[in-house]
Design a protein around this ligand. Sequence first.
Ligand code: NAD
Ligand code: ZN
Length: 353
Amino acid sequence: MRTVRIKERQERESVIVCRKNAFHAELAPLREQLLGGGGIVFTDSNVYALYRKELEKYLGGVPLFVMPAGEEHKNSETLFALLGAMQEAGLRRNSMLVALGGGVVGDVGGLAADLYMRGIACVQVPTTLLAQTDSSVGGKTAVDFGGVKNLIGAFHQPSRVIVDPVFLKTLPRRELRCGLGEIVKHGALCTPIFEKLQTNRENLFSLSFLAEIVPENIAFKASVVRQDPREKGLRKCLNLGHTTAHALELGGTALSHGECVLWGLLFEGKLAERHCHADGKFLSSLYALCRAALENGELPSVAGARLALHDKKNTAAGKVVLTVPAAPEKYELMELSSEQYERELKEIAEELC
Ligand SMILES: NC(=O)c1ccc[n+]([C@@H]2O[C@H](COP(=O)([O-])OP(=O)(O)OC[C@H]3O[C@@H](n4cnc5c(N)ncnc54)[C@H](O)[C@@H]3O)[C@@H](O)[C@H]2O)c1
Ligand SMILES: [Zn+2]
């Protein structure tokens, strides 16, 4: 018998450009390259309605595919419709897909770029706060399938990420709050971000503050991804607060993912106080940040807590696995039986009311 080994391909290099006016400065020069089968622009109906004029001005004549906005369209139908449009536009192996939009467009576009001719270049232009600080960095792509979120996906590092604060101007406050969930999470893992958030606690929604903090969040997430591109270890720290966030989401709340992350950090901080060697002063500051970002939002029902067992991360039978905030830049991994987790969430919900 002979054993032949093939070294896994090197991760593609990904360049992230983050500055005012990057939308125009970085995209307009790509127009020539994108014409005649060189590329396609992919966006959603809301973003297209808001930025149609700029698209025509910077990238006029480049093939365009617009998906209906919304998570409910992050599915295989949209993916295959996009792949069909790419074929129709005559895209080749050296062509490029430009994904202009929030996390939904980024996830579907990134996956289409990974599949088309076994992989073409993808440029991400994230237009929501969540996409700018989280989903466009790291190369995770996916569509939902068979009622399961992100079931079909791939790792596909974008060749370029173009981040322009101009997009935040048209973003509804609720979408800003959604991005703040991940920003506060990053703060719990990165002290310079945490300190800036604390200093600006009354100012979290200000666009000038957000423009300042977005690059630091990108740099932080990129540093984690660089050390663990395929989520084998360290990258799991980014799950902070997320087991409970997903449990709240699965329980059928009307809150957004980011709002659930903010509540998840609050609940899991309280679990850390109960079970781990936790820094009370740090956690109080974290709670105050979560509350400021939530702006007195209503406490969601914890009735769906048992659904946390369906979370992808919970591998041990009957056990709920959590990554909880414990001290500055320090998280603890916790494991509770589903019954205990459910009971404690109910108790904590009473305390938080
Ligand atoms: N790949 C990853 O690592 C990763 C990480 C986190 C989340 N995600 C995925 O990201 C998705 C959520 O992303 P999202 O919160 O950006 O949602 P989204 O893409 O649905 O955008 C939210 C809403 O804002 C609109 N919008 C986008 N840009 C706008 C702008 N500049 N002005 C006004 N409206 C605008 C969209 O049309 C949509 O209605 C989920 O599917 C989630 O699974 C992926
Ligand atoms: Zn998240």
